[in-house]
Design a protein around this ligand. Structure first.
Ligand code: EPZ
Length: 427
């Protein structure tokens, strides 16, 4: 078993470089299935969700050359199968469906996995595929889609603002015959990044980043070069870590605009934030103030930052309220924080956090990607030692997180083997 062992109480100090955006990379990599030629993609994060996606493409016959740890040459010209066989389950596997429908007009893809945040339906994805002429069914745990040799354009109104459905329909529409209009589209930065990638390979997509995206189908996509945007949630995580542990950290390779809702809340909580073109300096010396948060689709406050802010707010003066607007199971971290002495009450989609003077280290278990990241922040802020189990959740989406925190002076180590200090059974 691999655990993270953290000795809390040390303020952070130094610089950290933010990696490429996970949620852009796990969409752009399958999108290369639609390209005839070599895509050189830069700033790909070294995380397990990316490794899984690259291995799936390789299993389908793609040629993938490593240029360096963050840059790959991906050539899917010789891929001749539209069925995906993998035991691995990640949320983003559904993008393979949109890409295969775009390339071949059909696809068989395993139903997605990913974090257990409650019900994670794909009905809006399927609604879009069907509107473009595909017959879609769920069979034996797979999404089975068949649209003849080529889909046709359509007008699609999303009943729910969905990142995945917006991207997946954009993929399927890129090589379809005619115009597709996505109404009520999600506007996250990674959606714009996927559209920019496709356009750099010859697609004709306008409106990404607004709630109406127009995709004019083209005959084919050519190879080219693309660099993935920085990960705004990784950046937000390190900013919240300064809030939790105190100190002063410079984040490099960020797009401050993408973090507006996050930095606004951190300043409201009493942190000092200084923005430059591609960097952010964050500082917290004094006490934290309690704040209220409501999560919304972008540009609202992101649900993927809730566990990180909650860890910080466990030490704020007063009572904070978090109203979760996206996932029914976002607060799974609360019970783990309570083991550290935090005072959190959860009812349905509301968490009420009574700030306390301190929290103490404990043995806790990561239960999803962002909850695991929040637990690191809680461990950094706690008095004593924290051991985090099931850290594979964290390593799905954070590149070299232990090394990056060590570079900021945190006392954290990645321990391989049975944990010798397991208090979980202590009475
Ligand atoms: C993406 O998930 C992200 N994952 C999630 O980040 C993120 O929390 C989420 O967007 C919201 O920002 C990836 O990009 C791989 P949605 P996704 O479709 O696309 C409902 C992380 O930590 N819905 O925007 O699955 C759904 O139930 C991960 O990096 C439908 O009802 O999310 C939810 O309530 C965790 N029908 C809401 O929409 C559908 O067909 C938003 O979901 C699709 C979604």
């Amino acid at each position: 078993m691999i655990t993270y062992v953290i000795e809390g109480g040390t303020p952070l100090d130094g610089e950290v470089t933010i990696s490429g955006a996970k949620n852009a990379a796990v969409a752009i990599i399958p999108a290369t299935l639609m390209v005839k030629g070599v895509c050189r993609i830069e700033n790909i994060p070294q995380i397990s969700d990316v490794s899984v996606m690259l291995n799936v493409l390789k299993s389908m016959g793609a040629s993938i050359q490593t240029v360096n740890g963050h840059t790959y040459d991906i050539d899917c010209s010789n891929v001749d199968t539209c069925s995906v066989h993998t035991k691995e389950r990640i949320r983003a596997s559904y993008y393979l469906a949109g890409a295969l429908l775009g390339r071949f007009g059909k696809g068989v893809v395993p139903m997605p996995g990913g974090c257990d945040l409650g019900d994670r339906p794909v009905d809006q994805h399927l609604k879009g595929f069907r509107a473009m002429g595909a017959e879609v069914s769920i069979q034996n745990g797979n999404i089975v889609a068949y649209g003849g040799t080529r889909l046709h354009g359509a007008g699609i109104y999303l009943d729910v603002v969905s990142v995945g459905a917006t991207i997946n329909i954009m993929l399927a529409a890129t090589l379809a015959d005619g115009l597709t209009v996505i109404d009520n589209a999600a506007k996250e930065p990674h959606i714009v990044d996927v559209a920019n990638f496709l356009n750099s390979m010859g697609a004709n997509i306008t409106g990404a980043g607004t709630d109406v995206i127009k995709i004019r189908g083209v005959e084919e996509l050519h190879g080219g070069f693309y660099s993935i945007i920085p990960d705004q949630i990784e950046a937000g995580t390190y900013l919240a870590a300064v809030g939790a542990a105190g100190g002063r950290v410079l984040l490099k390779n960020v797009i401050p605009k993408h973090l507006d809702s996050i930095t606004a809340k951190l300043e409201e909580a009493g942190m000092s934030i200084y923005e430059n073109d591609d960097s952010i300096l964050a500082e917290r010396n004094g006490p934290l103030k309690s704040i209220n948060i409501k999560t919304m689709p972008y540009p609202g406050f992101p649900t993927d930052m809730v566990p990180q802010l909650a860890a910080m707010l466990c030490l704020a003066d007063g009572t904070s309220y978090i109203n979760e607007g996206i996932w029914s199971n976002r607060f799974r971290f609360a019970d783990e924080y309570k083991r550290m002495g935090a005072n959190i009450q959860v009812s349905s989609k509301i968490a009420i956090i009574e700030g306390s003077k301190e929290i103490t280290g404990a043995v806790i278990k990561a239960c999803d990607l962002r909850a695991g990241a929040g637990m690191i922040l809680a461990g950094l802020a706690a008095r004593g030692q924290t051991v985090i189990e099931d850290v594979y959740h964290i390593e799905r989406g954070y590149e070299h997180i232990v090394e990056k925190f060590c570079g900021l002076g945190a006392r954290i180590k990645r321990v391989i083997g049975p944990d010798k200090t397991d208090f979980r059974g202590a009475v």
